[in-house]
Design a protein around this ligand. Structure first.
Ligand code: 5GP
Length: 236
């Protein structure tokens, strides 16, 4: 599959066409942004880790029946994926209170939720990705009621699979963000990435942060945290 024209450049990835309309090539960068692009930097080696970690986790999810865009890792930073049109909704699953939920509701980080919570945000940087209801997405035609129901179920399934996998590796899955897309024939599949950029990972013993919050909050040890997570995920 040859790499064609660049289709899109995001904050952390570039997406290229291929010689087939059904496939794209994703290339992961080391660029890091936070707070809607206000904070910028580089996390050395991040692109390699996020590529490899996402692929490992997408393969795990596929083995558990969660259809996703991963096809084949092409190089350290490049992966062949199924081409999709992204649904403009960021799907966040939370197991513990952290981040924007802690801030919005004045709650302490680390509070356990009675059950996993699925939230929807409108994927629009210029508005800072506002929290929306499923009904908002439906009435605005961003997704159908059936798609939203399926997204909710898949998000909870992803949470259950990843939570268990990470627990065995001494990591608490605090929360994470997913994106879904539609293939040319309308199939809804999981897309984007699953990495320390898009998840909160805490060490189970010390509650040390092993994710992008180290960059967002200037905690230091950013590269080390990404490497530590890659090592844990590579354990069999
Ligand atoms: P929060 O809403 O607390 O900021 O984020 C919840 C979870 O979703 C965190 O794991 C965070 O990394 C992820 N997340 C939410 N929005 C975004 C986003 O726009 N980009 C990335 N990379 N992750 C996000």
């Amino acid at each position: 599959m040859t790499k064609g024209q660049q289709q899109y450049e995001g904050k952390a990835k570039r997406v290229y066409a291929t010689d087939s309309p059904d496939y794209y090539i994703v290339e992961y960068k080391d660029d890091a942004t936070a707070f809607n692009g206000e904070k910028r930097g580089t996390i050395l080696g991040k692109g390699v880790i996020n590529n490899q970690m996402s692929n490992r986790l997408f393969a795990l999810l596929a083995a558990h029946g969660v259809a996703n865009h991963f096809v084949e890792e092409l190089s350290e930073r490049e992966t062949l994926v199924r081409a999709v049109t992204i649904v403009p909704i960021e799907v966040v699953v939370r197991n513990l209170v952290a981040g924007s939920m802690a801030k919005r509701l004045g709650l302490e980080e680390g509070l356990e939720l009675k059950r996993p919570l699925v939230e929807f945000y409108y994927k629009e940087d210029s508005l800072g990705d506002p929290l929306i209801t499923a009904e908002t997405a439906e009435v605005l035609g961003w997704a159908t009621a059936d798609e939203l129901q399926k997204i909710q179920e898949l998000a909870l399934q992803v949470d259950a699979v990843l939570r268990e996998f990470l627990k065995e590796r001494g990591v608490i899955l605090v929360d994470f963000k997913l994106e879904f897309g539609r293939t040319r024939d309308g199939e809804l599949i999981l897309a984007d990435e699953i990495s320390p950029d898009t998840c909160r990972f805490w060490d189970a013993a010390t509650r040390e942060k092993l994710d992008k919050d180290r960059f967002r909050r200037d905690l230091g040890g950013v590269e080390e945290a990404y490497h530590e997570m890659m090592t844990r995920i590579s354990e069999v």
